[in-house]
Write a protein that binds this ligand. Structure first.
Ligand code: ADP
Ligand code: ZN
Ligand code: ZN
Length: 758
């Protein structure tokens, strides 16, 4: 039986997106109406016909049955681009668990009501000669206001509306008269903020320059042909392009897009924000000129909206951006490319916690487009799908620039260093090589995956660790200039002065343990006072362009050493870097989630890839306390297959993706006791379903960090081979939560196949 009522949203571009209105579905339209369908509905007291979109169905009337109006008609074209995005929102809500509002807000940029956003302008419609004639006429008639406006327009033919009504003090009547005479026009359109700013006009970015003259090599050609030939045969697929760094993946993307764009198709390119550098954007600009636009998180909501409008109107064919660019309203989408597809940033950290890869595949299916995933170190999940034939595996094995050989890697056992009496954070070998490079004036990158000065600070006498009063974590030592000044909480931002003695026992022997970026920087200065060091981490890149600035200063040779967190290992080419030191490879290895080995392997491989990008050959030193770990061994040999094999065995044994799906239900509350009661209650209510479907349950238990910002945190994990079984469980959980009022004070999130532990 078809549903009787439809919930409809009226104006999708405004804040009112949260409100739905219930309408009856007339018998005659039953067949045509589905989620996302655009319909005409009588609205308000006057029952004026307005258009709306169907977002859900129901059997029950929400209020007096007789007062519910009926849908008047289905609009032409039934499901348009907004409609398919709404369909996608429904998919997000269902697959990842969130409210419909959050899902809609994820796929549709909301037009903010910001003053000045509707940009009106007044334009002169006649030639300068005609204007001179008119001017004489108005002067004769003493039409002072008309003279004022015309004089201004003869100087600047398009001026802002505000200027006309404001400073020039022209009345609406005058303006209307001039409009009637067809002297001026008032326009609202044609205005989009250009987010590329000055880059657009600079000469070196003209479409079609330079890159056109590169010829794909044999390997690259095969990849380009495969994807584009399939496409012209009407075959769309998900491809995984596994290609070593520098093998020309980006070049291949551009070639493929070029061919599709020439057939009138459009392309979305997802690139992790961190890798979305000027260099990358420039390459796309050179090929596609003003047909390409970029999105990033620094765009305001209004700017994002404008970009989406440009895409919808067909003014651009290619959009490059992070995760959210996935929802660009292209009408003729041909391909979605996800570069560095293994990156954790493709998973949304807010509900709906969707994975861009999965949503891209869904969107591509809806629009008959292809998906191309690219990486030097594919995620274990994607590679597994490719090996099993769910995706098509394509590869690039050679670096495009023949001279750039892979770097030589050595692994240093830090335990052995300590036994030999070396207490420095630099092993003997690393120190030697650093000295050598500094002498040769070649550059060095030092990588440490932790910002700040030290891991935590504790008392050597009583063992007391100084913790954040609002979070269950230790504070991190930071310093200003050279003084170790303050302790900072990396979770809530709390700061306090560094105490001189232990707050517990009064002992003066308190010290920092572990190492962070600042500590490494300090140690470089200590060992090599003549070296110039730049540091790049969250603390030094708060300002808008700090990122690019630090990188370009390093590229210009303003420093010998760049110390940084993972920010420095992603996709930057420095031809003069011949040494990469990984200070403590194990830091990320034992994070509390199943992806930690994969992330570490990826980081090490990427870091190693930074050495010897130019014609100079490079060396990499990996320092570790666990040189025998399969992840370190495989990274040292830059052997993806070896890593994959070991990792696959581990995941299969412990029932993790891709062998099993995981649903985490994370709950947060002000009071610990109440939180425990609620988690237990929820699990109890689901017990029957868990048993029937043979779902594996882990927990409920305290989250790794039990308190952040004075809120307590608990988590329970469910595992099952079938994703849909977990979706059903999530739906049942939603039901339980909705029916018990006490859950209102509890913040609950669902996370499928989480990329970080809780
Ligand atoms: P990836 O994205 O795989 O790291 P890129 O596309 O950035 O690789 O290519 C690496 C370098 O090799 C770039 O400088 C690029 O211009 C160059 N390159 C790529 N393909 C070719 C080619 N067919 N001929 C000459 N140079 C190439
Ligand atoms: Zn103490
Ligand atoms: Zn805190």
């Amino acid at each position: 039986m078809s549903p009787r009522y439809a919930d409809i949203i009226i104006d999708i571009s405004h804040e009112a997106i949260d409100r739905t209105f219930q309408y009856r579905i007339p018998e005659r339209l039953c067949e045509q109406i589905r989620i996302g369908t655009q319909v005409s509905i009588p609205f308000g007291r006057g029952n004026h016909l307005r258009s709306g979109y169907v977002v859900s169905f129901s059997e029950k009337a929400l209020f007096d049955e007789n007062r519910i109006k009926e849908i008047a008609d289905v609009r032409e074209g039934a499901v348009d681009i907004e409609g398919s995005l709404i369909e996608l929102a429904v998919f997000l809500k269902e697959q990842y668990g969130s409210t419909m509002i959050h899902a809609l807000k994820t796929v549709m940029p909301i037009k903010e009501k910001v003053k000045g956003l509707v940009h009106k302008e007044v334009r002169l419609l006649i030639s300068q000669n005609e204007a001179l004639g008119k001017l004489a006429l108005y002067e004769k008639k003493h039409a002072k206001a008309k003279v004022r406006l015309l004089t201004e327009l003869m100087d600047t033919p398009v001026i802002p509306y505000q200027l006309v009504t404001g400073k020039l003090n022209i009345s609406a009547a005058t303006l209307n008269a001039l409009k009637a005479e067809q002297v001026v026009a008032v326009e609202e359109e044609g205005y989009y903020r250009d987010v590329l700013g000055t880059e657009t006009v600079s000469g070196d970015l003209e479409a079609g320059s330079l890159q056109h003259y590169l010829c794909p090599n044999e390997e690259q050609q095969a990849v380009i042909d495969r994807v584009t030939t399939d496409f012209s045969k009407g075959i769309t697929d998900t491809y995984l392009l596994k290609g070593v760094t520098g093998s020309g993946k980006t070049f291949v993307y551009i070639e493929i897009i070029d061919r599709l764009v020439k057939q009138g198709k459009e392309a979305i390119v997802l690139i992790p924000e961190i890798a979305l550098t000027y260099q990358t954007v420039k390459r796309f600009r050179q090929r596609f000129g003003s047909r390409v636009t970029i999105m990033n998180s620094r765009l305001s909501k209004g700017e994002r909206y404008d970009q989406f409008e440009r895409a919808k109107n067909g003014d651009v064919s290619v959009v490059i951006g992070p995760r959210s660019a996935l929802f660009t309203p292209f009408k003729n989408l041909g391909i979605i490319i996800i570069d560095e597809e293994h990156e954790a940033s493709y998973k949304s950290e807010y509900p709906p916690k969707y994975h861009a890869r999965e949503v891209a595949i869904k969107r591509a299916q809806m629009s008959k487009a292809s998906v191309l995933l690219g990486s030097a170190t594919p995620s274990v999940e994607s590679y597994y799908h490719a090996v099993n034939g769910d995706y098509t595996l394509l590869s690039l094995e050679k670096r495009a620039n023949e001279h750039a050989a892979l770097a030589e890697v050595s692994v240093i056992d830090l335990r052995q260093e300590l036994k030999n009496g070396n207490r420095s954070i630099f092993s003997t070998r690393l120190k030697e090589l650093m000295k050598n490079r500094l002498a040769k004036r070649e550059q060095i990158m030092l990588f440490i995956n932790r910002r700040g000065f030290a891991g935590f600070i504790s008392c050597r006498s009583c063992g007391h660790v100084i913790k954040c009063p609002h979070c269950d974590v230790s504070l991190t030592e930071h310093f200003k200039g050279t003084a170790k000044e303050k302790l900072v909480c990396h979770y809530c931002g709390y700061e306090q002065k560094r105490p001189k003695s232990c707050p517990e026992c009064g002992s003066p022997h308190i010290a920092g343990f572990g190492i962070g970026t600042q500590k490494v920087e300090e140690m470089v200065y200590k060992e090599f006072p003549e070296a110039k060091v730049l540091r790049m981490d969250m603390d030094t890149t708060r300002n808008k362009n700090a990122h690019e600035e630090i990188l370009s200063r390093f590229a210009n040779g303003e420093a010998d050493v760049l110390v940084g967190t993972q920010m420095i290992v992603k996709g930057h080419d420095f031809s003069n870097v011949t040494l990469v030191g990984i200070i403590a490879a194990d830091l990320t290895l034992f994070d509390n989630d199943y992806m930690s080995a994969e992330r570490t392997f990826d980081l090490l491989t990427q870091a190693a890839g930074r050495a010897g990008r130019g014609n100079l050959s490079g060396e990499v030193v990996i320092q570790t306390y666990d040189p025998g770990h399969y992840c370190i061994e495989a990274a040292a040999k830059q052997d993806y297959e070896a890593f994959y094999k070991a990792e696959k065995a581990y995941r299969s044994l412990l029932k993790y993706p891709p062998f099993c799906h995981v649903l985490s239900v994370f709950m947060e509350h002000d009071r610990y006791g109440e939180l425990t009661r609620l988690t237990d209650y929820l699990v109890e209510q689901l017990r029957q379903k868990i048993r029937d479907k043979q779902i594996l349950m882990v927990g409920p238990a305290d989250a790794t960090i039990v308190k952040i910002n004075d809120r307590y945190r608990r988590v329970v994990y469910f595992k099952h081979v079938q994703y849909n079984t977990l979706v059903e469980l999530k739906n049942a959980a939603e039901q339980v939560i909705e029916e018990k009022a006490a859950f209102q004070d509890c913040f609950i999130t669902f996370d499928f196949d989480p990329v970080h532990g809780y």
